[in-house]
Unconditional design. Structure first.
Length: 312
């Protein structure tokens, strides 16, 4: 399946400007009793827009080769891990929704595992759930729709409209009852269908926010280009679920991908575009704050995270 990003790559010169981190946001915030707690929000400027990376949760996982090394030999997988100073058996998973404040709307991309995680991260950005104008679902895996309602079923973002890919919604709602993923969509997403807009490849969420088909991870998985003031940022969602293995070898299959061949082809296409155009990205499962760049390395790529020294 083709990801149509070439028309965006024409603005590569403007996109190459580094993401400017907000100097107003400290790296740590005071908690109760004067204790320090980690801040789960990090702000960047993209033209006139403020983009907040939100850490809504994190968890460790074992069996990394089985998750990210489909088609790789044990030796090749271990070699990539050693080259990057990481384990080939365990990994830390991050769940990082993104908030884009255009000045006229606050647009939230994905909602994390649960309502508690996303509302806490939003609070660190100084935003309450009722201030969210738009919720965009890049796709409908549980770690992206979990925060749409709380444990009682109450809607988290009571004033928001919703946007997702038509192909994604049709896929999940077309599956029979008893399918865990589909049942979760029916519980979390379907009740908001009347407030939902369905877009295709190239569809606009708002001015300067464009959805682009990146199918494979799921049948309607989308990435989103943010453009303002001559600058660009691509929200890559689950294009790559780890900051090393899918970059180094896009052809290695990821167990979470529905159509693994399509996902690998999409991954290589988009990562190549990002590397060629030097467009910055935020990836949902990258280590917080999840923002960085992509560079070509051999036959694959490398994720280059932003530095905390990149202040603007």
């Amino acid at each position: 399946m083709t990801v149509k990003l070439s028309r965006r790559a024409a603005l590569a010169g403007a996109a190459a400007a580094p993401i400017a981190a907000s100097v107003a946001a400290p790296l740590r915030a005071a908690g109760e009793g004067g204790a320090m707690k980690p801040l789960h929000a990090r702000a960047f400027k993209v033209g006139d827009y403020t983009v907040h990376s939100l850490l809504a949760g994190s968890t460790g996982r074992e069996g990394v080769k089985d998750i990210f090394g489909g088609g790789a030999s044990d030796e090749a997988f271990a070699e990539v891990a050693e080259e990057n100073f990481i384990s080939d058996t365990s990994a830390q998973f991050y769940f990082t929704p993104t908030l884009v404040d255009t000045g006229s709307e606050k647009i939230l991309f994905d909602t994390g595992l649960n309502a508690g995680g996303i509302t806490s991260a939003l609070a660190d950005a100084g935003v309450t759930p009722d201030e969210i104008d738009v919720v965009v679902l890049t796709h409908m895996h549980g770690d992206h729709i979990g925060g749409m309602t709380d444990d009682s079923g109450a809607v988290t973002f009571s004033n928001a409209r919703y946007v997702t890919a038509a192909a994604e919604y049709d896929h999940w709602t077309g599956l029979p009852e008893g399918n865990g993923g589909a049942d979760r969509v029916r519980a979390k997403v379907t009740p908001q269908a009347e407030k939902m807009s369905f877009i295709e490849d190239g569809g606009a969420v708002a001015s300067g926010v464009t959805g682009m088909a990146a199918f494979g991870h799921t049948p309607g998985h989308m990435v989103y280009m943010i453009e303002s003031g001559g600058q660009q940022l691509l929200l890559t969602a689950d294009l790559a679920n780890h900051y090393v293995f899918p970059f180094a070898h896009p052809e290695w299959q990821t167990s979470f991908d529905t159509d693994k061949d399509a996902a690998s082809a999409t991954r290589r296409r988009v990562l190549s575009m990002l590397a060629d155009s030097r467009t910055p990205m935020i990836g949902y499962h990258m280590p917080f704050p999840a923002a960085g760049y992509v560079e070509t390395r051999g036959d694959g790529f490398r994720f280059v995270p932003v530095s905390y020294q990149m202040m603007g």
